[in-house]
Design a protein around this ligand. Structure first.
Ligand code: HEM
Length: 175
């Protein structure tokens, strides 16, 4: 099903907003992760860990899913197709990979937030909250999303085998 030009623009607006918004949210998350990793202060460490957990659940996960859903609609509802161009197949793989890692990571972050939420008098070990894992995850996501934006804007021309076959079929004169 091909979208009307109006609908295509609307979905594209949603796709760019969700995808680039996701990248912006990752930058914020990276700042929080660096603050947690370097913070010598227990109160600050607890507060930042709780903010990271909230950002992950309420912002990163919804934006990653919105980018995926709108990207799928944008591919399937236009002549771009889903498996015709390498830049789209690569973006799909990157998005699915990043979303799976994000969902897995959000469960460990929720556990850390559970530790951070305990009363200061509970005398819990906060050492685990200072692990470099969040910084590594956020840094990796930032690189991946930057590559995805670059691919989207440049749209390298390479066609997949399927894409080349479809193009030949479309160009064949109908008798
Ligand atoms: C990984 C995160 C993603 C980011 C950061 C991203 C970013 C973008 C951006 C900025 C554009 C606008 C480019 C322009 O108009 O010049 C775009 C367009 C597009 N994206 Fe994505 N995208 C992502 C994921 C996906 C996925 C998963 C798919 C498909 C399954 C997809 C399919 C498309 C298509 C087909 C267009 C062109 C739309 C059109 O011109 O009609 N994107 N993307």
């Amino acid at each position: 099903m091909t979208m009307t030009p109006r609908l295509r623009k609307l979905v594209l607006t949603g796709h760019v907003t969700a995808s680039v918004g996701w990248l912006g949210a990752v930058v914020c998350f990276l700042a929080l992760a660096l603050a947690a990793f370097t913070s010598p202060d227990a109160q600050r460490l607890r507060a930042v860990t709780l903010a990271m957990d909230l950002t992950c659940r309420a912002v990163l996960v919804p934006l990653s899913l919105a980018s995926l859903v709108t990207g799928l609609a944008q591919s399937l509802g236009t002549r771009w197709g889903l498996f015709r161009h390498y830049w789209i197949v690569v973006k799909l793989a990157m998005n699915v990979f990043a979303t799976i890692i994000l969902l897995i990571y959000s469960t460990s972050l929720a556990q850390l937030a559970g530790v951070a939420a305990q009363a200061p008098s509970a005398n819990v070990d906060l050492g685990g909250l200072r692990s470099p894992s969040s910084v590594i995850h956020a840094g990796g996501a930032l690189v991946l999303l930057f590559v995805a934006v670059t691919l989207s804007v440049y749209k390298p021309r390479g066609l997949t085998r399927y894409g080349a076959r479809k193009r030949r079929e479309e160009q064949r004169p109908t008798s």
